[in-house]
Write a protein of this length. Sequence first.
Length: 348
Amino acid sequence: MKKQYVDGVLVEWGTALFNQGRVAAPPPRRSMTGFKLPARGASRPVAKGGAVAAGAAVTADANAIRSKLGSIVRRTPQVVVKISGGGKGVKHIKAHLDYITRNGKLEAENQAGEVIEGRQGLSDLRDEWQYGGLVLEDEGTRREAFNIVLGMPDGTDPLAVKRAARDFAALEFEGYQYVMVLHTFDTDPDPKPSHNPHVHLCVKAESIEGVRLNPRKADLQRWRDGFAEALRENGVEAAATKRIQRLERWEGDRIPKLSVRRMKGRGEELDGRNGGTSREALARFAKAKSAEATVKQRYRNMVEALQASDDAEDRALAKGLAERLGDKLREDERQKPKGRDVSGGLDR
């Protein structure tokens, strides 16, 4: 099978699998070092006259899909990007800054790369945020800052995590005031420090131009993609795929929530709100299984195309996917329609 055909199959099914709910990335900006960086996801080559070179664009997108599939085969470490709350006034913001700096014991860094140290540095930062631009109340009624955590698993170089967080923030939050603090097991004075290196990023909700942050689910996924890309640019293998995209949300593998486990331990009856057998719970389960079946079929289509490719690297990728996902892809093969084999060459 010609590589161009395989590219088309990967773009058709891989885009549907990996780019669900994608939102527009911000325009090109400059990093902390002054270099111009492209907008996240803007990798398509452009021909003379501004027209997208269709063949080259398909190849670029297909190679991006191959990269994501390869990260699944290699079990590349997944980034952690989450919003952990936010302050509704200066008092809340100050309390969070005290927490992430361990009351000034850990140094912080702002959007200009300036280091903030000690209690006096935190006090000056609080005043700058309160009176710089729109004046903030001590006790507000709306969120005036977002607390974001950017992390990687134990064993990742902490300084690379910090550099990646710096590059990500400079690109994503240009025009906003923010401060970042690195936490590591060796430097965090907390009695029970985390083994996973992570950066606490506190971003003021309103930019200097008056634009307020309003992150949605799709924005969080873009942030994950952006942080993973920044890590790779700093020499760290990282991926930002969703659990369902890795086929890791199977009911048999899923660990029940702690509250559910405790209810079961006490012999309490489960209902639709906590995964029981009510009509609502069964409907959610059916919807989840339908989504999982769709993901499996997309993988089968891509594995089949890669298996038949003229390119040896494509065939090696198909073999890796079959070994990594084979058991899960075969789970509902008896429900496949008869006719063309879409098992991707999986051994039975």
